[in-house]
Design a binder for this molecule. Sequence first.
Ligand code: ADP
Length: 691
Amino acid sequence: MSAAPAASAAGSSGWSGVLHSRRGWLWGALLLLVAVLLGVLVFLAGEFEEARDQAALERDAASLVSDIRSELVRNVQTLQALHTVAPNPERWSETAVDLLIEHREIVRVEWRSNNYRLLAQRDTPYLASLIGQIRRDAFLPEVRQACDSAVRLSGPAFSASYFWPQSEGRGLELMEMCLPVVRAGLPDGFLVATYGLQGVLAELTNKELVRGRGLSFNEADGTRLAVLSQPPESVRSLSAQALLDLPGHTLNLRLDAPLLPLGLFPNVLTAVVGALSLALLVVVALLGRDMRLRQRAELEVAEALAFRKAMENSLVTGLRARDMEGRITYVNPAFCQMVGYSAEELLGAGLPAPWWPPERVDEYQHRRSLRLSGQNLPREGYESVFQRRDGTRFPVLIIEAPLIDAQGQQTGHMSAMLDITEQRRIEDLNRASQDRLQATARLTTVGEMASLLSHELNQPLAAIASYATGALNLLDADDERVARGDLRQAMQRIGEQADRAGRVIKSVADFVRRREQSREAVAPLDLVEAIAPLLSLQAKKQGIQLQIDFVPDLPSVWCDRTLIEQVLLNLARNGMQAMSEGQPPLVSGLRVLRLTANQPRLSAGRAGAAPAHKAWVEFSVTDHGEGLSEDVARQLFTPFFTTKAEGMGLGLSLCRTVVEQHGGALSFEPALPRGTVFRFTLPADAGPALR
Ligand code: ADP
């Protein structure tokens, strides 16, 4: 048995371990995926940026080329205009100066005849003695090449570029442009403009596009012809090339731009995506946590539900819930079993309920409406009778309470039902046995009364018998006068004792029936005096001296007079019997029976029997007889325990019951030098107010 839960616990911990490690793997995979995603994003963003920059660079290179081309075209027009306004070489070279001042890219203009003879020429003022350093004719082939192309194309044409060395190993890359000119419809030679390639780059390009970039003219093999600017130093750079396709010659323009170094997040996009990924991770983590909490809560709720269900199913109390219209919304198995219907049959059933006995439907409806209108459902519940499906009836105890939902609204009533058939059966059994007990008790009472009466009547009857014997003796006497007087007294005593016997019978009957005895305030001495004749009769017979020591001014005691007299009588008689006639006194003066009553003391009653403020008068009866052996002392108050042949063993038990009924206590102790003292207490009369 005990191995199973342990195994299942081990199994569940193993399972949770597997789950745990799988969750770790999943998290690792997720993190890896996000990291890869981020890496790819960074890479793609870098690529995208590079491609974008490259495209921009190429666009700019194309736009630069287009700028240069359009400026060159404008220059052609300017040159044509120069030729038009200057008809002779002198005038021409004057005008050409202005043109050269304005167009720095042109280092020299020449006007040549149709056979390439130089008619006029002008050098740029910015590069003094440029041409003079080397013979111009050395480069005539380029001029010719350009002019041949120009003639062929009937328009301006360019030569290939060539290096024009200067001092200190430096030089300029130049290019000729030849424009055939016409005057009055006839070819009028050529205008040759020599362009410095660097000047072209510097003057004919948009400065904005070049700023921070490298711009140069290159050969197809990459040799630099003219460089306007170098790109700033950087590890990587982008470069774009564009062809400057000129009539007769094509130049390669190259635009270089540094590639900005990539950071961890090279642009805002990557940073945002990174932040979003992180946020995604956090959200996933929170969701995971939330899911775990939810799962745990669901598990707890399921457990609580299962526990509640198990509890409801194992209950012997029937449970039933009704909505405000009286339709059943819930029943537990105990209730179904009680009424014999299944839960499916009962759920949704309205009023009258299927378990209501048909003839009581009206009564139950009325009772229900009363209960609901009052709203005060009795906490101790109410009893009712239900009818099972098979028609049998059974009593139930119903405890009803309002059903309050989470919003504090009452949604119906919940009732707990107990089948009280068994309880009823036990009650009936109890009642029957109670009746039998009472009958038995009555019989016992009769027996008890008979015993007590025979015990208590012994004395008056014995007294009557002895008075009667005395009277008979007197009748036989000679002296008639004396005899008459004594006879009267004897008759009187007989009457008194008969009267007393009557009272004893009544008192005993009252006592046995546990009726409230007739209590009264009695002076202690009166109690003794009432029994004094009987006592002295017996004392005289046994030669015992009666000694009555009642302290003066004793308060009255509150008691049933006859019963207390019987108590005193019983104790005194027992004492006298203990000093039997045959026994000579050990010490002279010990053949005495002493009756005493002492001043009241506080709280001398039986513990818990009377209020503490009560005062108690203590009576004692002392004999100097044989005393009590341990065995006798133990059984003293046991009814019917006696050591005497003619005894009944009821005297002391009666005495104790009577004294205790008065709230007092009866005790005994050895007397000195021998014998026994019996003491009992009675409540002092506290006056009418406190009785
Ligand atoms: P009964 O007197 O009829 O025997 P009691 O109940 O009065 O019944 O007394 C029970 C027994 O207690 C007596 O039989 C006697 O043995 C003993 N007893 C009672 N009073 C005394 C006494 N004062 N001295 C010695 N023995 C006593």
